[in-house]
Design a protein around this ligand. Structure first.
Ligand code: AMP
Length: 210
């Protein structure tokens, strides 16, 4: 079987990062995520300014910048799990031009739960492991269990920016969901369960699609 090409859609906080790690561990594919790529290049000068200006406002970074990142990453990948892209229709059309997807899965989680997940999220500034102050606390407050690094809140996980990001999803990315849905290409996965429960459902869909 060739390596699966999976697109994970869902609002911020739906668990795309967690489930992408499961896909990577299971199938050995590349994790392509525009959010991480942009965070690593926040101050990169582009024709449209730096990614930081957009990210700190919870807005989308301009298409030419993210399209370029995704094209380069997919060219190098055999299989992949793509997360955080496409976020608008023009990115979705661009993606169809450069690859064939095996599965488009939407992780569905309601808004209240998303806000609780995101505002309580803490990330290790050493190794990137995610925690949650309530749902998945570290053994010692503020310290990473894995590497002893400091746990910090992402700049865009504050309540105000989280609400903006969810609004941006509803406005820009919901049409992407509709685009795949109307084409009969969308599979819905309930994202409310434990990470293991969600993974069991997603894994079944990947197996069925390849
Ligand atoms: P994420 O980690 O996926 O929530 O992304 C964090 C931020 O990076 C977003 O709020 C956007 O500012 C930017 N970003 C990530 N992916 C994209 C994309 N596909 N298109 C435009 N901006 C993006």
């Amino acid at each position: 079987m060739s390596q699966p090409k999976v697109l994970l859609l869902g609002p911020p906080g739906a668990g795309k990062g967690t489930q992408s790690s499961n896909v990577v561990d299971e199938y050995g594919v590349d994790h392509v995520t525009t959010g991480d790529a942009l965070r690593a290049n926040k101050d990169m000068e582009t024709d449209h300014g730096t990614p930081r200006e957009y990210m700190e406002a919870g807005e989308l970074v301009p298409d030419p910048v993210v399209n370029e990142i995704v094209k380069a990453a997919l060219e190098e990948a055999d299989g992949f799990v793509l997360d955080g892209y496409p976020r608008n229709l023009s990115q979705a059309e661009y993606l169809d031009d450069i690859t064939d997807l095996d599965l488009v899965a939407l992780l569905e989680v309601d808004r209240e739960e998303l806000i609780a997940r995101l505002t309580g999220r803490r990330v290790c500034d050493g190794c990137g492991t995610n925690y949650h102050v309530e749902f998945q606390p570290p053994a010692q407050e503020g310290v990473c269990d894995d590497c002893g690094g400091e746990l910090v809140q992402r700049d865009d996980d504050t309540e105000e920016t989280v609400k903006d990001r969810l609004d941006v999803f509803d406005e820009n990315t919901q049409p992407v969901v509709d685009f795949y849905d109307e084409a009969g290409r969308l599979v819905r996965v309930d994202g409310h369960g434990t990470p293991d429960e969600v993974w069991a459902s997603l894994r079944e869909e990947i197996e069925a699609s390849t």
